[in-house]
Design a binder for this molecule. Structure first.
Ligand code: ATP
Length: 255
């Protein structure tokens, strides 16, 4: 098992973000966390990354007690937040060199990995431009490259596909699959149910800080996932069919 979360609880003032959440992700697996806004996905991933400390519970990463040995756990984990940033005055290449050196990757090997990712994510030209001019998708390419360059045991990625065009999303997926096929594990969050179904080996639905259901993706027909999600979370979309018709009718009546 690469990631074991046991009975995590986390509150912010009066609100409970996580309530007895347990989850395991094994080598070779991409695990998708699904849930409505505010369900607790980001809090879970931030705890895995060592950025938030739970009130109680345990976190084990690659057999390391991550709450007791945060530095060791961070060394084997790559975390990509849902709003990633690259220092605006650095170029993408400088950022990748900086994060790679923090990981103590051999300099020649680091340059090889950066060149590979430059081609992989089609960043030619951009990597030598300051990040202040990057689009959201270009920032995402750079931070995902930084995660893959680190070759961690565990990837914790919050909303990996936001801002990525379809070809880059597919490249991300292939890299993720290759990483887990070669000894890693990945836990990611997403709001896009078809994407979750395509990318993930198992899916977990979080609602109000609790993991309500864990499923093997292969057991769930793609077209059923949305109904299962709404059943569990009670968050069906509101009906708005007649809203604008009513607004226009009222507006026309106004003198
Ligand atoms: P989204 O899909 O909207 O990103 P999420 O599933 O990632 O949501 P979290 O960001 O983990 O949800 O939030 C879980 C709960 O914890 C929410 O009620 C949120 O308001 C609360 N919360 C998260 N971070 C903080 C914080 N720093 N201070 C106070 N409350 C917080």
């Amino acid at each position: 098992m690469i990631l074991s979360l046991r009975s995590l609880r986390k509150s912010y003032d009066d609100s409970v973000a996580l309530d007895d959440l347990s989850l395991e992700v094994r080598e070779g697996e991409i695990f998708g966390l699904l849930g409505p806004n505010g369900a607790g996905k980001t809090t879970t991933l931030r705890i895995v990354a060592g950025l938030v400390y739970p009130d109680s519970g345990s976190v084990e990463i690659d057999s390391i007690d991550a709450l007791q040995n945060q530095d060791d756990a961070r060394r084997v984990t790559a975390y990509v937040p849902d709003e990633p940033t690259v220092y605006p005055k650095l170029t993408g290449r400088e950022f990748l060199r900086f994060t790679g050196r923090l990981r103590r990757i051999d300099p020649e090997e680091l340059e090889r990995r950066i060149e590979f990712h430059e081609r992989l994510f089609d960043m030619k030209g951009w990597l030598d431009t300051r990040a202040e001019s990057y689009s959201h998708g270009m920032v995402q390419r750079v931070v995902l490259s930084s995660a893959f360059i680190a070759v961690p045991r565990l990837y914790a990625i919050d909303e990996p596909l936001v801002g990525l065009d379809p070809a880059t999303a597919e490249t991300f997926y292939r890299m993720a699959r290759s990483a887990v096929d070669n000894g890693a594990a990945m836990v990611l969050s997403t709001h896009t149910l078809p994407v979750a179904h395509r990318f993930c080996d198992r899916l977990g639905i979080i609602h109000e800080g609790r993991l309500r259901r864990v499923m093997l993706t292969s057991d769930v027909p793609r077209e059923d996932l949305q109904d299962i999600f709404f059943d569990i979370t009670g968050t069906e979309p509101a009906v708005v069919k007649n809203y604008f018709r009513d607004v226009f009718q009222k507006t026309q009546k106004t003198p």
